[in-house]
Design a protein around this ligand. Structure first.
Ligand SMILES: C=C(O[C@H]1C=CC=C(C(=O)O)[C@@H]1O)C(=O)O
Length: 422
């Protein structure tokens, strides 16, 4: 269902706890649609969406505000039976937002017909219907896991910006930084490929979730990936975020790996870049929260492909904002745009020869209370209706950046998607 006007449906929602061992549900990805999966997962816990009862699409500069307003209406009209009250139970929508206000790609909120949730050993099913007594008839049981389709392999090749083009772009950005036009700008490049007909996308999700268990593995409207960066989590007034900026490749052996982590932790360039990103997130969060606190020194976050400098931020919501209001305020962070934000966005528009679509935009879910979990859509690809895959990866460019090193870093950032498709 696509709704473009104010006639939003009345939803009836019922969550039923599923007793018994949650091991039966070891793989959420096995439950979702193979062509158009809806998934949000980390460390085995998460949400699988099945079917689609409502799809709302938004465009342009008002995409966040329009989504927040539509969601308020949906929630006000809905009847929700949720005996669990845990994050992800009850009414929720999966969402993915375009990076740019100018993007041709829509931003979406999708309410599934059925949601299977798993968190801290608890498992539940939420059924959603339109109209009175819509959910009453169906029994609350776990949907069956469906066998995975045949294996396939897709090679990604350079898209509209090839490696040499990226080096030229980074060189140009450094020149602009040296002319003091901008402090930092995040520039991305793209890879493209073609899925075979009837490819089971759950295979990709399964590999991502197994390879990057500490990242958010997501699938929303053809956007699939595994992100290490939490834009915002909101639950009963508690807020948390994880800022990432500053990256180095993992070393080939334990000693080199340790040396790489130490080099990152002590790099002035990376620490400066990181501090910028932390300060900008704190400044944006403070009008909405009290007790906002960040670790004084970043930690090195180890991923299978690289190390990041990371800072966790916490706070207490003070102004009644929903998680949709918060992502509207926080997007785009310095980790995906640069500083100052407006100049960096103009430079991205000028230099990158493609529309980022939903890459580097918020991806996650929002519930009836406005709580939710949102990551930045990194290490991802968008798959369109013809099976064309476009993957994206970018790097924060500062005065001290070396173009060839940034190209190498972007290769490492493509690895989750490239490897999952092999
Ligand atoms: C823009 C991306 O990563 C960002 C997140 C973490 C570290 C980054 C960096 O060190 O450049 C980037 O700012 C990407 O993965 O496409």
């Amino acid at each position: 269902m696509t709704v473009s006007d104010a006639r939003l449906p009345v939803l009836h929602v019922e969550t039923t706890p599923i007793p018994g061992p949650v091991d039966d549900l070891a793989e959420l990805a096995a439950l979702v649609d193979s062509r158009d999966p809806l998934l949000w997962q980390r460390r085995g816990d998460g949400l699988a969406g099945i079917g689609e009862i409502l799809r709302l699409e938004f465009h342009g500069p008002g995409r966040f505000a329009d989504a927040a307003a539509a969601w308020r209406t949906i929630v006000t009209q809905a009847t929700v039976v949720d005996p669990l009250g845990v994050p992800g139970s009850g009414l929720l929508a999966f969402g993915a937002f375009a990076f740019s206000a100018l993007s041709a790609q829509s931003s979406v909120l999708i309410v599934p017909e059925l949601i299977v949730g798993k968190r801290d050993g608890q498992c539940w099913v939420t059924r959603v219907g339109v109209g009175a007594a819509a959910t009453a008839a169906a029994p609350a049981e776990l949907p069956a896991a469906r066998p995975f389709g045949p294996e396939y392999s897709v090679t990604l090749r350079p898209g509209s910006l090839d490696p040499q083009g990226y080096v030229r772009l980074v060189t140009e950005a450094i020149a602009r930084i040296n002319r003091h036009e901008v402090g930092k700008v995040v520039l991305a490049r793209d890879l493209v490929g073609q899925l075979p007909p009837d490819a089971d996308l759950r295979r990709v999700l399964r590999v991502l979730a197994a390879g990057y268990p500490d990242c958010w593995t997501y699938a929303v409207d053809g956007l699939v990936g595994s992100s290490p960066e939490t834009l915002i989590r909101a639950h009963h007034g508690d807020l948390s975020a994880r800022v990432l900026a500053g990256t180095i490749s993992r070393g080939p052996d334990p000693a080199a790996d340790q040396a790489a982590a130490v080099a990152l932790a002590t790099s002035e360039k990376d620490n400066d870049e990181h501090e910028f990103a932390v300060q900008s997130l704190l400044a944006t969060l403070r009008p909405h929260a009290t007790h906002v606190a960040a670790d004084e020194v970043p930690f090195t976050l180890k991923l299978p492909n690289l190390w990041h400098l990371a800072t966790d931020i916490e706070g207490t919501l003070s102004d009644g904002s929903t998680s949709l209001d918060l992502i509207a305020a926080l997007h785009p962070t310095a980790a995906v745009a640069g500083t100052p934000t407006d100049v960096a966005l103009d430079l991205i528009d000028e230099l990158e020869p493609f529309d980022r679509g939903r890459y580097a935009g918020p991806v996650g879910w929002v519930d009836a209370a406005g709580d939710g979990e949102w990551a930045i859509a990194l290490r991802c690809a968008q798959i369109d209706s013809t099976g064309t895959i476009t993957a994206y990866a970018g790097c924060g460019i500062v005065a001290e950046s070396q173009p060839e090193q940034e190209l190498a870093e972007s290769r490492m950032k493509f690895r989750p998607m490239v490897d999952a498709l092999l």
